[in-house]
Ligand binder design. Structure first.
Ligand code: ADP
Ligand code: MG
Ligand code: MG
Length: 888
C-alpha cells in the first residue's frame, strides 16, 4: 500500500485517497499550472493512525523518499541553515471543511536557518516575520498553546512601537517577538520550540491527523452529515512567500460570483501578506480587480488560469493564490459552493458557454435547491430585532401574532388573523393549530421533532429547538434572552431558512420563482435572470423525464394550482374532507342508522354533495386523470371526541335535560372505539361492512362524470380502493362498482370509462401483487402506510418518541417517512411492480405517499419503473425537476 503521492502522481478524481485539496493540487500540477512542488499523505495513512494511535510503519520511509526528491528538485534541504527549504503542512479531507482543521506554514525555520532565509531573500524583516508566524501557528495548533498568548504579545509589540499593523514592525521588533514567542512555548509546554526541521514536520503531520477529531471538525461533520471515518489527507507543499514586500501578496478568487453566478472578477487581495491574513481580516484587503493596477502581469496570468480552470472543471471554482516578487503561484482550487439561485444560473450559463450539456446541467442543481427558491423571503434590506435562534427546520419566512395553543391558533386564524404557533414542542393534537398558523416555533426538539417533520410535510415554515427562548404556555408568553417578554398577540417573524426569530413584522417578498410557476411571471423572456434559469432547467427536466408527475389534491382550487405547477393529473383525491364540516351531521346519521331505510336516507343526502365536489374537480382537471380514493379513515374520526361526549351526557343527566341523541352517539363511539385504529376498521373494510357507502361514492363519481361529458368536458376519473390486503376484497368491491356504473350509464345514456384500481399499502398486498393485479387496472403505492406497516412504526407516534435516538445512533440517516427505505419498503415496491406487470402488462403504476415529492425517493421510483409520482401541489416543480434529473 502506497501512503504518499507526489503532486505529479495524483488527479482530481482521487479525492477519497488524497482529499479534495491534494487531488486538486495534483490536477493543477498536471495541467501545467504554477503549483509549488510537494506531495500528499493519503487518508488511508490517517485512518491507520486514528485507528491504532500510531502512524503506519511504512509512512516514515515513504515521506523521507518524497522529501528527498522534493529537496533535490528545489536544490535545497528542509531547514538547511544557509538556504532553507520551507514547507507548509496542510490538512485536506475529501469534503471541504473550511477552517475546521489545521495547517502550519513555514515548517523548517529555526534559529539556525532564519539567517540563511534572510540572506537568500535579502530581506531580514521577512525572515523574522516568517519565523514568528511558524512559532505562533505551530505553538497553537501542534503544541496546543492558547493562541491568545501570542496575539497579546503581538499586540503589545505594536503598542510599544506605536503602530497599528504588523507590517509596520521592523526586523528587530520581530526578532524580539520571536524570543517572546519561544518563551511562551517553553513556559506553556515545558519544552523548547523544536529546532529540528524533520521533527517539526512530523509533529505537524500528526497534528493534522489529530485535527480530524477536533471538536470543531466533529460538530461540522455532524451538521453536514459527513461520515466520521473518512480521515484527512496531509499535503506537504513547498512554501512560496507573499510576505516578501509590496511586490508580493496573497489572495482568494472565484471564477464567477458564487452568490449570483455572474461572470466577472470576484475576490480579495492583500499585499505583503501570508496565507490566512486575507480571511483573518487583520488588514483591509483590496478587491481583486485592483490587482490589475498593482501587478498587471500576474493579474493577466491569473485571469487566464481562472479561465483554464473553469473550462477544465466545467464549473465555478474558488482559488487561493500567492504572488512572490511578481511570480504567481496557485495554492488551492476546488469546485466552489454556491447559493441555490447561483446553482441554477451557473448551470444555464455553462450550457450557453458550451461547457456542459442539458443533462449535465440537471446534475448541477437539486430539488432541494428549487424548494428553497420557492419560499417567500424576508426582505434583506429590512431593519430587524433578533430575539433568538433555533434550528432551521422548514424553510420560509413567516410573520404573525404569537399564540401559545392550537385552539387559539385556529380561532384567531378563522377570524382572519395571521398567527405563529409557539409551543415548547408539538404533538399530533396540535395539527389543526399548525395548519391554521403561518409558521411554527418550538423551544425543544431537533430536525426530526414532530413540529419539524409535520411542518416540512405541509410546506410550512418552522423553527424548532430554540432553547434560548423560554416558552410558558400556561401564562401565554415567551421570554427571550435579555428579558424581552413576548405576550400572546404580539407579532413575531420566524425565518425557517436561518432559524432566526425576530420581534415584530419583518417585511417579506414573494419568491419570483413561485410567481413564475403560478403563471404571473413569464419564463423564457422574464427580466429576472433567476426565473429565466429556472424556466430553462424545468424545460430540460420536462423534456427528458419519463416519470409523470401528478398532484395530491382534494378540491378544485388545489387542482387548479397543481395544474399551473405542471401536474399531469391528480394521483390522490382524498374523499374524507367531503364528510367534514356541515356534512358531519349526515355522517353521524349514517353511523347511527339502525335500519336500511335510515342508512339509505343518510347516504342519499350525501350523494348530491359528493357529486357536486367531483363535478368541480373534474372540470378543473379536464382532460387529465383524477384518481379518487374511496373513504379511508376509521369512522370514529367523524364522531365527537369520546371524553367531550361523556361529559356532555353526564351534564345533561345531572340537569335532567333530554340527551337521547348524545347517548346514542356515545354508544356508537364506544362501539367504534379501537385500540389500534390505524389497523382497524378503515379503507376497503369500511366499504365491505357498511352497505351502500362505497356504492354511493362510486355513484357520485359516475354521475359527476356523466354530467361533465354532457357539458362537453373530458372527465377522466379513476376509482381507487384503499387498504386492500387480498384480491377477494377488491373483487367484491369491483363487482358492486361495476353494477353502479352500469346503472348510471343506462340512466344517463353515457358510456363511461372508469378504471378501478387499488392502493398497495399493506405488506400482504405487495406480496400478493400478482393476484391483486387480476382485479386492479392500476396500483398506487401508498408508501406512508406501507412504511408504517413494514417497519411496524406508528407514524403519528414514533417521530416524537424514539426517532431522534435512532437518528443519533445512525440506525438510519433520515426518517423512512421522509425518504423511502430502499432496502425494506423499496424492495417490496420493486417486487410488487414486477409481479403486477407480469399479470397485467399495461398495469398503470404510481405512488401517492409523501415520498412522491421527496427528491431521493423520486429517483428510486424512476429506477423501479413507475409511471408517475403524486405529491402535494407545492412539491410538483421539485418532483418534475428530480424526475428529469433521474432520467438525465
Ligand atoms: P485551509 O484549508 O484552511 O484553507 P490551507 O491549507 O489552504 O488551509 O492553508 C491556509 C493558508 O495558507 C491558505 O491561505 C493557503 O493559501 C496558505 N498556504 C498554504 N500552503 C502554502 C504554501 N506552501 N505557500 C504559501 N502559502 C500557503
Ligand atoms: Mg485553503
Ligand atoms: Mg393509506
Amino acid at each position: 500500500q502506497k501512503f504518499v503521492y507526489d503532486f505529479t502522481e495524483g488527479n482530481k478524481d482521487l479525492k477519497d485517497l488524497l482529499g479534495g485539496k491534494g487531488a486538486n493540487l495534483a490536477e493543477m500540477t498536471n495541467l501545467g499550472l504554477p503549483v509549488p512542488p510537494g506531495f500528499t499523505i493519503t487518508t488511508e495513512a490517517c485512518k491507520v493512525y486514528l485507528d491504532s494511535g500510531t502512524e503506519p510503519v511504512a509512512l516514515r520511509d515513504e515521506v523521507s523518499a518524497h522529501l528527498e526528491a522534493l529537496e533535490k528538485q528545489m536544490g535545497k534541504k528542509l531547514g538547511q541553515a544557509d538556504d532553507p527549504l520551507l514547507v507548509s503542512v496542510r490538512s485536506g479531507a475529501k469534503f471541504s471543511m473550511p477552517g475546521m482543521m489545521d495547517t502550519v506554514l513555514n515548517i523548517g525555520l529555526s534559529d539556525a536557518s532564519v539567517a540563511g532565509l534572510a540572506a537568500q531573500a535579502g530581506e531580514e524583516r521577512f525572515a523574522w516575520d516568517s519565523y514568528r508566524r511558524l512559532i505562533q501557528m505551530f505553538g497553537k495548533t501542534v503544541l496546543g498553546v492558547d493562541g491568545d498568548l501570542f496575539e497579546e504579545a503581538l499586540d503589545e509589540a505594536k503598542r510599544a512601537k506605536g503602530v497599528t499593523t504588523d507590517v509596520e514592525l521592523a526586523a528587530a521588533d520581530l526578532q524580539r517577538l520571536v524570543e517572546e514567542f519561544k518563551a511562551i512555548v517553553a513556559k506553556e509546554t515545558g519544552r523548547d520550540f523544536p529546532q529540528e526541521p524533520r521533527e517539526q514536520m512530523d509533529l505537524a503531520i500528526r497534528a493534522v491527523f489529530d485535527s480530524w477529531n477536533g471538536d470543531r471538525a466533529k460538530l461540522y461533520r455532524r451538521q453536514e452529515r459527513i461520515p466520521g471515518d473518512l480521515g484527512t489527507a496531509v499535503n506537504i507543499c513547498s512554501m512560496v512567500f507573499g510576505n516578501l514586500g509590496p511586490d508580493s501578496g496573497t489572495g482568494v478568487a472565484f471564477t464567477r460570483d458564487p452568490a449570483s453566478g455572474h461572470q466577472g472578477v470576484y475576490g480579495d487581495y492583500l499585499q505583503n501578506a501570508q496565507g490566512e491574513d486575507v480571511v483573518a481580516g487583520i488588514r483591509n484587503t483590496v478587491p481583486l480587480a485592483d490587482l490589475e493596477r498593482i501587478d498587471k502581469a500576474s493579474y493577466d496570468q491569473l485571469m487566464q488560469i481562472m479561465e483554464t480552470l473553469e473550462t477544465h472543471y466545467k464549473d465555478l471554482c474558488d482559488i487561493e493564490f500567492t504572488i512572490e516578487r511578481g511570480k504567481l503561484w496557485m495554492l488551492q482550487t476546488r469546485v466552489g459552493k454556491r447559493t441555490a439561485g447561483a446553482a441554477f444560473r451557473i448551470a444555464t450559463q455553462l450550457v450557453d458557454q458550451g461547457l456542459i450539456d442539458e443533462a449535465e446541467a440537471l446534475q448541477r442543481v437539486t430539488g432541494g435547491q428549487l424548494a428553497q427558491l420557492m419560499f417567500p423571503r424576508f426582505d434583506e434590506k429590512a431593519k430587524t430585532e433578533l430575539l433568538g435562534r433555533g434550528i432551521a427546520a422548514s424553510p420560509g419566512a413567516a410573520v404573525g401574532k404569537a399564540v401559545f395553543d392550537s385552539y387559539t391558533a385556529v380561532k384567531w386564524s378563522r377570524s382572519g388573523e395571521k398567527v405563529i404557533l409557539i409551543r415548547r414542542e408539538t404533538n399530533p393534537d396540535d395539527l389543526d393549530g399548525m395548519i391554521a398558523s403561518e409558521g411554527i416555533l418550538t423551544s425543544r426538539g431537533g430536525k426530526t421533532s414532530h413540529a419539524a417533520v409535520v411542518a416540512r410535510g405541509m410546506g410550512k415554515t418552522c423553527v424548532c429547538g430554540a432553547e434560548e427562548l423560554e416558552v410558558d404556555t400556561k401564562r401565554r408568553r415567551m421570554t427571550a434572552p435579555g428579558g424581552v417578554v413576548i405576550e400572546e398577540g404580539e407579532v413575531v417573524s420566524i425565518d425557517g431558512s436561518t432559524g432566526k426569530v425576530y420581534l415584530g413584522e419583518v417585511p417579506v417578498v414573494p419568491s419570483p420563482v413561485v410567481e413564475y410557476f403560478e403563471g404571473r411571471e413569464r419564463g423564457a423572456d422574464s427580466t429576472d435572470e433567476l426565473v429565466q434559469a429556472v424556466h430553462r432547467m424545468m424545460t430540460y427536466a420536462d423534456g427528458g423525464r419519463r416519470l409523470q408527475v401528478r398532484a395530491n389534491a382534494d378540491n378544485a382550487e388545489d387542482a387548479a394550482r397543481a395544474r399551473r405547477f405542471g401536474a399531469q393529473g391528480i394521483g390522490l383525491c382524498r374523499t374524507e374532507h367531503m364528510f367534514l364540516g356541515e356534512r358531519r351531521e349526515m355522517v353521524e346519521r349514517l353511523i347511527l342508522a339502525d335500519t336500511d331505510a335510515e342508512r339509505d336516507e343518510a347516504l342519499g343526502a350525501l350523494l348530491p354533495l359528493q357529486k357536486a365536489d367531483f363535478v368541480e374537480l373534474f372540470e378543473a382537471m379536464d382532460g387529465l386523470p383524477v384518481t379518487v380514493r374511496l373513504l379511508d379513515p376509521p369512522l370514529h374520526e367523524f364522531l365527537p371526541d369520546i371524553t367531550d361526549l361523556s361529559v356532555r351526557v353526564a351534564l345533561a343527566e345531572a340537569r335532567r335535560e333530554p340527551h337521547e341523541n348524545e347517548l346514542r352517539l356515545l354508544q356508537a363511539v364506544h362501539k367504534l372505539h379501537e385500540q389500534n385504529p390505524m389497523l382497524g376498521l378503515r379503507g376497503v373494510r369500511l366499504g365491505l361492512v357498511i352497505p351502500g357507502l362505497f356504492a354511493m361514492q362510486v355513484r357520485a363519481i359516475a354521475e359527476a362524470s356523466a354530467e361533465r361529458v354532457a357539458a362537453g368536458g373530458d372527465p377522466r376519473a379513476e376509482i381507487m380502493i384503499p387498504l386492500v390486503g387480498t384480491v377477494q376484497e377488491l373483487e367484491i368491491v369491483r363487482e358492486e362498482a361495476e353494477r353502479v356504473i352500469a346503472e348510471v350509464e343506462a340512466a344517463t345514456g353515457t358510456g363511461l370509462k372508469l378504471p378501478l384500481g387499488t392502493m398497495i399499502e399493506l405488506p400482504r398486498a405487495a406480496l400478493t401483487a400478482g393476484q391483486i393485479a387480476e382485479a386492479a387496472e392500476f396500483f398506487s403505492f401508498g408508501t406512508n402506510d406501507l412504511t408504517q406497516t413494514v417497519w411496524g412504526f406508528s407514524r403519528d407516534d414514533v417521530e416524537a418518541s424514539f426517532f431522534t435516538a435512532y437518528l443519533e445512533k445512525g440506525i438510519f440517516g433520515v426518517s423512512p417517512f421522509e425518504t423511502i427505505d430502499r432496502d425494506g419498503v423499496g424492495s417490496l415496491v420493486r417486487s410488487a411492480v414486477k409481479a403486477g406487470r407480469a399479470t397485467r402488462p399495461d398495469l398503470k403504476l404510481g405512488v401517492c405517499g409523501e415520498h412522491g415529492g421527496d427528491p431521493e425517493s423520486v429517483h428510486f421510483f424512476h429506477e423501479v419503473g413507475l409511471d408517475y409520482v403524486s405529491c402535494s401541489p407545492f412539491r410538483i416543480p421539485v418532483a418534475r425537476l428530480e424526475a428529469g434529473r433521474a432520467a438525465a
